[in-house]
Design a protein around this ligand. Structure first.
Ligand code: NAD
Length: 475
């Protein structure tokens, strides 16, 4: 195994590479790069068997140039301060790339959630929330967590409930966290948002004819062979939309205990149901697939699009020479190390960078936060009015033209937008717009060796720098 630099240093290396394309003062760039606040917590957890375990946790606010800061909470056995700092920094750049008005933050608790009962998880999540409150590291206008690796709507619900219990009368208390269940102030479309955003981003990239030609691929997603690593929230939804809406073919899925492969394609819904039916939650043995015992071997399969959607540091200097994918879609944060990224770029592989591609979660979290602050569901005021207006217009067109619309067409043309439709539309628009921004920057700097990741960093750094300049802190 080749030794590579830490995750946080890698993020900063990518930053420094981008800084070469930016004409800004060094001290301003240094301010942008540094983590503004790092909070380390340890607290006791009483296990169900009566024993006491010391839990280690972190919350890092990387950049408070915009408030609140925003970023998920990860439950993982290898969580560390370095990792949380790296992920918090990525959040700042991600929010800037997709024009979401937040600073970046991240949280982590060092546990393997599979070893804890639901009651234990609830106790430690509530305690973590109290610890965040004690130091003002959570609040609708301060710092707003969300789900990440190893957490989901259930944990967000415990966080919201704890925060509300302890902040009696705070009108906007529900906006202290996003990714909540819908009945508890959550937003329709949030759960699948990151995977859906990955689909929109990959689709945009595959629609650029010149880029596809350079890779020896046809334009469009249809028929492209996809390998996904990590079949959790992000990976499974990315696979679902890439295949069902994009027409791509899922040929392999890698999980922590092995991978499955089928050249004729894997049905995402059937695989989800199969996994749910298994007591150990494994995907191995899914009918019609071969098993690959060593999970990481699946990354080296010949395919058009490789979607790492598990953890960081999966493609390193070590295995990069054996990667045969033409496009790597970084659904996870930091799955390709900075050195591996350089090596793959030199070989002509197109990497769609994490700080753009997996921004769907934070984009839709932003919509959820707005919904909580405005105390009204999206679409509630206008939907029926729009439907009636559309109905009258359609009747007028039918009368004037004599053309009769069939029932499906009528339904489509007259409907008013509900919350889910608005969320999807806002997410799609933001992902398309951001891709065009970073692709434009890439086109300017491509001749000088920049890749798409560098372009995304340039895009982010320039926006954050502008914010500091407007504050009058830097000349
Ligand atoms: P998750 O916990 O829902 O899923 C992770 C999946 O990866 C699980 O199925 C797990 O079994 C699998 N896994 C764990 N170790 C593995 C290994 N060594 N090899 C293959 N598979 C492995 O987590 P998630 O929310 O889908 O997050 C995945 C990645 O996406 C993380 O890097 C996270 O930071 C990033 N991300 C998540 C969100 C979000 O909204 N959840 C947003 C942006 C980025």
């Amino acid at each position: 195994m080749v030794h590579e630099i830490s995750f946080y240093d890698q993020v900063n290396k990518n930053f420094d590479r981008a800084a070469e394309f930016i004409n800004k003062p060094k001290d301003l760039l240094e301010q942008i790069k540094r983590c503004n606040a790092v909070y380390y917590i340890s607290f006791p957890l009483k296990r169900d068997d009566g024993s006491i375990e010391t839990i280690e946790a972190w919350r890092v606010e990387h950049s408070q140039h915009k408030l609140p800061t925003k970023g998920g909470i990860r439950y993982a056995p290898n969580a560390s301060q370095d990792e949380v700092m790296a992920l918090a920094a990525l959040m700042s750049y991600k929010c800037a790339v997709v024009d979401v008005p937040f600073g970046g933050a991240k949280g982590g608790i060092k546990i393997d959630r599979r070893n804890y009962s639901e009651n234990e998880l609830q106790r430690l999540t509530r305690r973590y929330t109290v610890e965040l409150m004690r130091k003002n590291f959570i609040g609708p206008g301060l710092d707003v967590p969300a789900p990440d690796f190893g957490t989901g709507a259930q944990e967000m619900s415990w966080i919201a409930d704890t925060y509300m219990t302890m902040s009696t009368g705070e009108l906007n208390a529900l906006a202290c966290v996003t990714g909540k269940p819908v009945p508890q102030g959550g937003l329709r479309g949030r759960t699948e948002a990151t995977g859906r955003g990955v689909f929109y981003g990959v689709r945009e990239a595959c629609d650029v004819a010149a880029d596809m030609e350079a890779l020896g691929l046809s334009t469009g997603l249809e028929g492209k062979r996809v390998v996904v690593q990590g079949f959790g929230n992000v990976g499974s939804y990315a696979a679902k939309f890439l295949t069902e809406e994009g027409g791509a073919k899922l040929i392999a899925v890698a999980e922590w205990n092995g991978a499955i492969y089928s050249e004729s394609g894997i049905d995402v819904q059937a695989l989800l149901e199969y996994r749910q039916s298994r007591p150990d939650g494994s995907i191995l043995g899914f009918p019609g697939t071969e098993t690959i015992a060593n999970s990481t071997d699946a990354l080296e399969l010949e395919c058009d699009i490789l979607v790492p959607a598990a953890l960081e540091n999966q493609i390193t200097e070590d295995n990069a020479p054996r990667i045969r994918a033409k496009i790597i879609a970084e659904a996870a944060n930091g799955p390709v190390t900075s050195k591996a990224s350089e090596m793959l770029h030199d070989r002509g592989v197109l990497i769609l960078p994490d700080n753009y591609l997996n921004a769907g979660g934070v984009i839709v979290s932003y919509f959820e936060w707005i919904k909580n602050l405005s105390h009204v569901r999206f679409g509630r005021l206008g939907r029926r009015f729009d439907e009636q207006t559309n109905r009258r217009l359609l009747d007028a067109v039918t009368k004037a033209s004599g053309h009769e619309f069939d029932a499906d067409e009528e339904l489509f043309l007259t409907r008013g937008a509900d919350e889910l439709a608005l969320v999807r539309s806002g997410l799609e628009d933001t992902m398309i717009d951001a891709y065009r921004q970073i692709h434009g920057i890439w086109s300017q700097h491509r001749q000088r060796g920049a890749d798409l990741r560098t372009a995304a960093f340039v895009c982010a750094i320039e926006k954050v720098a502008l914010c500091y300049e407007e504050m009058g802190i830097f000349p």
